[in-house]
Ligand binder design. Sequence first.
Ligand code: ZN
Length: 655
Amino acid sequence: MQNHWNEGDASRCATDLALRVYSSRLIGRDKSLVLHGGGNTSVKTEEADRFGETRRVLWVKGSGWDLETIEEAGFCPLLLDHLLKLAQLPALPDPAMVEELATHQTRAAAPAASVEAILHALLPFKFVDHSHADAVVAVTNTADGEARIREIYGEDVVVIPYTMPGFDLARAVAQRFPLEATPRTMGMVLMNHGIFSFGATARESYERMVNLVGRAERYLENHGVKPPTEAPSEGAPPRLALAELRRELAREAGFPMLLASRRSGKTLAFARHPDLSRIARYGPATPDHVLRTKRLPLIGRDVAAYAEAYRHCFEEMSKQAREPKTMLDPAPRVVLDPELGLCCAGRTARDAAIVGDIFERTIDIILAGETLGGYRALPAQDIFDVEYWDLEQAKLKKSGKPAPFAGEVALVTGAASGIGKACVEALLARGAAVVGLDLDPAIESLHARPDFLGLRCNVADGAEVTSALARSVDAYGGLDMLILNAGVFPGGRRIEELEDAEWRKVMAVNLDANLALLRECHPLLRLAPRYGRVVFIGSKNVPAPGPGAAAYSASKAALTQLMRVAALEWGGEGIRVNALHPDAVFDTGLWTDEVLAARAAHYGLSVEDYKRKNVLKTEVTSRDVAELAAEMCGPLFAKTTAAQVPVDGGNDRVI
Ligand code: ZN
């Protein structure tokens, strides 16, 4: 572990809290120390209250903040003396502890304090840092972990056997720390959990963390622990196998999830480890991870058997629980399969990515433990206690109701501009992960977020479509919704001047490409957990063609007929297929200000009147079309297939 302390940066911090922010971020930026909200830090200060009396305050990381990006507002100030008094109680249920923390903060607007606040209060040092350092956890998670920790650190750390986080852990520290600490003590190791460092200054506490973690890293190196061996990475996994696995996960979970496949040399080698069923049988490396990864990974693809075992385990364990518990969904979040590699499930792309990041670290820790003679993690009962701990359950409840398309995947063609781009936004806003295809390379940077994948793709080229689908299944595990939007509208040309080449080009993009897309997507759509949905972007020209648009009108009419046949053929599989017929949508790439002005002049209208040249005298935007396309994929249209809905403000030729 590298020391990133920069005295210049630190000297610009005017207050203890500013320094606390500075060195917390140094901890947070090191992925081998903390991942995704893990770890916490604190500083003890004094301030005058309303009556001019001095009080001691503990500023501790608030929940919901990441150390990497924390700010002063991310710390919760608590009355230190009250916390120390609480620590003397023989017992305190965790909900009561949370209540005590919430009612003894000195700023009403501060975030809820970390549940480790009392522990921070107990350590008699101004600055306290806590991480789940991989190297330390790897050493503690072995059969003789405690002896190894003592060998590495001697009197420099106090060792606390594994204790459930929360008040019990604070009590354990209150009892053991004063007895075992010596003038040399600079840290504390929590077995199967992580490490604390502390000091009189921010720098001392941080550099002690660097020192302590560095010693564990050198210990691993000296005992033959090397970075995992790399097997060569392989091409895309079988698309259908991933989509089938995703459907099974949804069946057991009761809701759809995204499934991201990680097939690096490292993850494949681990998924093919000859002793996998033994080494992956243990729970997470640190209890902090259980809500993300669940207790155990699924080895292979038998999701039903995993869920059955989970239910059984839950029943056994809930018999011993003090209060009745409600079972969480029994579907795994981590799947290890020799062919598919490491697959990570989550209701959002971000959740699935967090699961993947955590499990890739877990692989390193397991393999290090194996090199040291045998990896051991917490017993199942302890992990269960954390998974069903009131405070962890409260976190789940706080995350609220999922978005309508959470866990689902949509593919939009022609997604870089106009109606396609608006469809991407409408679907993202409803919680779907979206794959956007477009000829325009701008598609690749349309949105920088984990739930969007922009791929440059010519939809009229079969090989490009196949490879785009493979990449989207690799990223999200399947396909639930397909928006066929890509199309071309060549300039007006009467039949007597229409060349075969132009006719064929329009047919190739507007019709043939969509047939190929439907054919390629069908095996995925039929595996969609909530049944597949397809929306065709048609045109007003289907019911009301215009002169000079023979190729365009004929292609869209044939496309509409294709939609009707797809609805007939796929209805038995629950796939719904509908079409929209937009007209006069002017906020697209086709319509520049000059073209618009010319068309308006042609009709003797102002641009504003020309835009509203319909029965309702209203302007139709890309967003209007996209919102309806997204709704057609939702429950409102659950009983509708083969519908053709105009989005044109009312057209007297159509009506
Ligand atoms: Zn922790």
